[in-house]
Design a protein around this ligand. Structure first.
Ligand code: PEP
Length: 256
């Protein structure tokens, strides 16, 4: 059975004191959580401090992005090896803010994905359509392009180290989440794409998170869907009680 995963993408929020207070709050409840995976993705500069705080717990630590080269003249960038060096085991790639605010194309995201996996990081690859694309009936086309370009060049053994986050752009940070049915439909579509390329077993094993205005209050309904295997959480991951509420409701909805 695939594993549920609730991950907190802190984006460019919190200072050092706040980051450590948040981790302390999470540790009080999920330090030893083994029914689902729970992870935090702080800004680069707080990764080492958070790594020290989560050491010895089951809390997963990751970064919000990386570059695709191991080292060199890439001012401002951070390599997969550097992330491993400071305690990360995972990295988020292709987040909608990287795609739409910073302008990263699928080809760059695919390079980053390959480099991160080759270095030994696991990857959360984000995909999702804009409101305009959904209204224009293009959701499946967009998901197909992003999934194919992002993952179809991978070896099956590498695909097993990837989690997909379906994050409709219109739902991120807006307070308007996709309905449970919309999320499940998109996840099932993505799973079908994977089955066509990598086979049914690989596609059934893939954890597909939903992301976009997930809160403790709507998590139970979303997580009850059969193809929704957890959440990538932005705003609600900045408050321990909210994030823990999502974790609790995921465990309950999955009957774990
Ligand atoms: C995100 O940034 O991945 C996200 C889903 O944000 P929010 O939960 O705030 O919508």
């Amino acid at each position: 059975m695939r594993r549920a995963f609730v991950a907190g993408n802190w984006k460019m929020n919190l200072n050092r004191v706040e980051a450590l207070a948040l981790v302390a709050g999470l540790k009080a409840e999920v330090a030893g959580e083994s029914r689902i995976d729970v992870g935090v993705f702080p800004p680069f500069v707080y990764i080492e401090a958070v790594a020290a705080a989560v050491k010895g717990t089951k809390i997963i630590l990751g970064a919000q992005d990386c570059w695709h080269e191991a080292k060199g003249a890439f001012t401002g960038e951070v390599s997969p090896g550097m992330l491993l060096d400071v305690g990360c085991t995972q990295v988020i790639l292709g987040h909608s803010e990287r795609r739409h605010v910073i302008g990263e194309p699928d080809e760059l995201i695919a390079k980053k994905t390959k480099a991160a996996l080759a270095a030994g990081l696991k990857v959360i690859l984000c995909v999702g359509e804009t409101l305009e694309e959904r209204k224009g009936g293009k959701t499946h086309d967009v998901l197909k392009t992003q999934t194919v370009k992002g993952l179809f060049d991978l070896a099956p053994a590498d695909l097993a180290k990837v989690v997909i986050a379906y994050e409709p752009v219109w739902a991120i940070g807006t307070g308007v989440n996709a309905t449970a049915a919309q999320a499940n439909e998109a996840h099932e579509f993505i799973r079908g794409l994977l089955a066509g390329k990598f086979g049914k077993a690989a596609s059934e094993a893939m954890t597909i998170q939903y992301g976009g205005s997930v809160k403790a209050e709507n998590a139970a309904e979303l997580m009850a869907e059969p193809h929704v295997d957890g959440a990538l959480v932005g705003g609600a991951s900045l408050k321990a009680d909210q994030f823990l509420g999502i974790v609790r409701n995921t465990i309950k909805a999955k009957g774990l």
